[in-house]
Design a protein around this ligand. Structure first.
Ligand code: PLP
Length: 367
């Protein structure tokens, strides 16, 4: 479809490649987490860039996401990081997706579907070492379920876990790691040695080498999103995402005029107000406080309530005209608005903003 609105996300695949190089050092495999449409960046495009740069697999949250990647021609290993939902097992295995397993019911369903496949199916056994979302709990039960995996004819390819606060809490993360490693020892004592162990999300990949094991599993950091506490830019990650639009209309308004729904922004002086064709439906957070955008390489405040499809910007006495480029996230000239800045003004994190950018905003690729 022809696009008429200038509002777009631009994704820099060179930045993704750079981040993959930085995160997956030569001795550690990297599984690129591309769930949620690649954190809003486009999953197939990011997956291809990461695989070109040496990633050996992909991670998704949903069977649907994995099948979607297959339909777009991606044949790398894809780990579904929760158990296949009941009823999805046959299709998921037919698409060559790798199952996570952590419950008896989940194991039984995968084993049954796998025996109908007539080929060996490898699974990743997930342990709950403290996140308490999904995984075998208590993780010391791992040998039991591992034994059942092997007995039911499945291959136990990997043992894995997930950290709750690797960005901030090194001690707690290392405790989780210790518990994980001692469960791996229990398995070894029972004669079961999965080929791989993995644990590290972005925060752990960046901060805690000892968590790398055989494979790291970063999401946020691939995209140059800060995993937390500013550790991303210090590590040299490059943000891949730019959100831009263009001025649709300008008008000169006298002091005293009130702007947008609810009239919450009153002009204290005469000003040029620019209308930008992006709103909260597009994922720009309606709840932003003190948000700014870039026009002609300068910062201007968002003025008044952000509406569904449009927002207003107070340009003071500057010469701004329709068609001028507006950058909401990213670089313009020497100025930069990070996604973390936009997120913090809305009381959330960069991942939330990136994944929330609306489907009607086209993704364009450079690099
Ligand atoms: C989302 C997710 C990741 C990636 O997390 P980041 O913090 O974005 O790097 C890794 N593993 C699992 C299980 C996940 O759900």
């Amino acid at each position: 479809m022809t696009r008429f609105r200038p509002t777009v996300v631009e994704v820099d695949l060179d930045a993704v490649r750079h981040n993959v190089r930085l995160l997956g050092r030569p001795h550690v495999e990297l599984l690129a987490v591309v769930k949620a449409n690649g954190y809003g960046h486009g999953d197939a495009e990011v997956a291809r860039a990461a695989l070109e740069e040496g990633a050996t697999g992909l991670g998704v949250a949903l069977v649907e996401e994995g099948i979607g990647l297959r339909e777009r021609g991606i044949d790398a290993p894809i780990l579904v990081m929760t158990e296949f939902p009941p009823g999805s097992e046959k299709e998921a295995l037919a698409a060559g997706l790798t199952p996570s397993v952590y419950s008896e019911a989940g194991l039984a369903a995968v084993a049954e579907a796998a025996s109908a496949m007539g080929r060996p199916v490898g699974v990743h056994l997930k342990l709950d070492t403290g996140m308490h979302r999904v995984g075998v709990w208590p993780p010391e039960d791992a040998p039991l379920i591992a034994r059942r995996i092997v007995d039911s004819g499945l291959l136990l390819e990997a043992l894995w876990t997930h950290f709750a606060d690797s960005e901030q809490d090194a001690a707690g993360t290392l405790e989780q790691l210790q518990r994980f490693l001692s469960c791996r020892d229990l398995l070894a004592t029972a004669g079961i040695r999965p080929r791989m162990s993995h644990a590290a999300n972005s925060g752990a990949t960046i901060r805690l080498r000892e968590t790398h094991l055989d494979l790291v599993r970063p999401g946020a950091a691939l995209y140059g999103l800060d995993p937390g506490a500013g550790i991303g830019s210090a590590f040299g990650l490059r943000p891949a995402l730019t959100l831009r639009s263009a001025v649709a209309m300008t008008k000169r308004l006298p002091a005293g005029e009130r702007l947008s729904y609810g009239g919450r922004y009153a002009l204290e002086r005469e000003a040029t107000i620019a209308t930008i064709p992006i709103g909260y439906e597009d994922g720009y957070p309606r709840t932003s406080v003190g948000a700014e955008v870039l026009i002609r390489s300068r910062r201007y405040p968002v003025a008044g309530t952000i509406t569904m499809d449009q927002m207003l910007v107070d340009c003071g006495d500057d010469q701004i005209t329709p068609g001028d480029e507006v950058v909401l996230i990213g670089m313009q000239g020497e100025e930069h608005i990070t996604i973390e800045e936009v997120a913090s003004r809305a009381g959330t994190i960069g991942r939330d903003i990136a994944t929330g950018i609306g489907e009607r905003v086209p993704r364009e690729y450079v690099g």
